[in-house]
Design a protein around this ligand. Structure first.
Ligand SMILES: Nc1ccn([C@@H]2O[C@H](COP(=O)(O)OP(=O)(O)OP(=O)(O)O)[C@@H](O)[C@H]2O)c(=O)n1
Ligand SMILES: C[C@](O)(CO)[C@H](O)COP(=O)(O)O
Length: 374
């Protein structure tokens, strides 16, 4: 039995403004929804259902393992659609989260899951700390005691079977799933919420969320440098592309000097040494190996450590062959290997003005930079 998640993302975000619904608007270099999905997946919840507006069911760029479901006209209708996609024989608990809360700290999610070990329902809340007024016509008409009042957050967690029954019995129009659960008589434990777990509701909330996410980011940068000498041959491999040439590059593997520099930049950002440490040249199994094996390993290692590659930039240093005609293809191949957008992969070249070993056409050098973000 597993703990599943439902991310409700079918709303229109009318209060947030903008040309597109808030979940698809940019936030700290990605879309709001991308941050929310990553936060939920990082907590180890599985399966993850995402409830989308019927016209956005084929939204691009979402992880392939998400279960996509069409939502309804209200939040509770969307939650019911998400619940229907879960298998009660396999899912014990379900955590329901607003896509509009992209900065949810993992501790908030863990707090809910921990409480569900004994409670039938649990949700994060923050005690109200400001004085509360009742307003009328722009004036204070009364004071509302704040004792015992909480601001409700998500994810809200429940045993799946009782929550399904609670939603089936509810007349509709609930603000959240805690309201539905309580209507059915379930007891809901309050777990610690967090100020960072704001719900993007109005235009100014994007700036607040961006500050929080940028503050949480772990940004690493690495560089890589590699050189391979020429030998007799009729082509070279550069950044995954076979380029016809009147020489070949000499090396233990396929001698793809550009891909090696990028791979070393990723290892460098992770403080994980270089290719030679992970694929020793003394090991005969790597003789003639295609360099994408090394690059894939570095990318996998980054993912295991919780990093995604934000961008890479590689400069090839040679007089010949001319790189310009092949640069777009090189970027495409490298992006595919790394699972990145092509626009985040740069391959360019320079000569060394006929100076030094590259100038004398004795070999090719490559330098690369990679930025990783967790
Ligand atoms: N029919 C709806 C309405 C809301 N939601 C989701 O419920 C969450 C909380 O709702 P809210 O913040 O109010 O989002 P919107 O409904 O999109 O915003 P607005 O009310 O400003 O239009 C959001 O993640 C939203 O996508 C949903 O899945 N289906
Ligand atoms: C579910 C919720 O985020 C808990 O605070 C909140 O009730 C959603 O309210 P909205 O009016 O749909 O934004």
């Amino acid at each position: 039995m597993t703990d599943a998640a439902i991310i409700v993302a079918a709303g229109r975000g009318t209060r947030a403004g903008g040309d597109i619904p808030k979940q698809w608007q940019p936030l700290a270099g990605r879309r709001v929804a991308d941050w929310t999905i990553d936060a939920i997946r990082a907590a180890g919840l599985s399966p993850v259902v995402i409830v989308l507006h019927p016209e956005e069911l084929d939204a691009p760029g979402l992880p392939a393992d998400l279960i996509r479901v069409a939502g309804g006209a209200t939040r509770d209708a969307s939650v019911r659609a998400g619940l229907a996609a879960l298998d009660p024989d396999r899912v014990e608990n379900v955590l329901i989260h607003d896509v509009a809360r992209p900065c949810v700290p993992v501790a908030v999610i863990e707090g809910v899951r921990r409480a569900l070990q004994t409670a039938e329902a649990a949700a994060p809340g923050l005690p109200v700390t400001d004085a509360l007024w009742v307003g009328a016509d722009g004036a204070v008409a009364g004071i509302q005691p704040r004792d015992g009042l909480f601001r409700a957050q998500t994810p809200q967690g429940f045993r799946l079977a009782p929550l399904l029954a609670a939603h089936a019995a509810h007349p509709g129009g609930a603000a959240d799933d805690v309201e539905v659960a309580r209507h059915a008589g379930l007891s809901v434990t309050i777990t610690p919420g967090h100020e960072d777990n704001l719900k993007i509701t109005h235009p100014g909330d994007f700036t607040r969320a961006e500050k929080i996410l940028r503050g949480q980011m772990d940004i690493r940068m690495g560089n890589g440098f590699d050189v391979h000498a020429f030998e007799e041959g009729d082509h070279v491999w550069l950044c995954g592309v076979k380029v016809a040439h009147d020489k070949a590059l000499k090396g233990h593997s396929d001698a793809d000097v550009g891909m090696h520099a990028v791979t070393d930049a990723i290892y460098g950002a992770l403080a994980e040494g270089d290719i030679g440490r992970h694929f020793p040249p003394s090991d005969p199994q790597w003789k003639g190996a295609a360099s994408h094996i090394f690059l894939r390993h570095a990318v996998q290692l980054a993912a295991e450590k919780g990093f995604r590659i934000s961008n890479v930039d590689c400069t090839l240093i040679c007089e010949r062959p001319k790189i310009g005609p092949h640069a777009a293809a090189m970027q495409q191949v490298m992006a595919e290997i790394m699972g990145m957008e092509v626009a985040r992969v740069s391959v360019k070249a320079t000569t060394s003005e006929r100076l030094g070993f590259t100038g004398r056409e004795e070999g090719i050098a490559a330098i690369a930079t990679a930025v990783l973000i967790a």
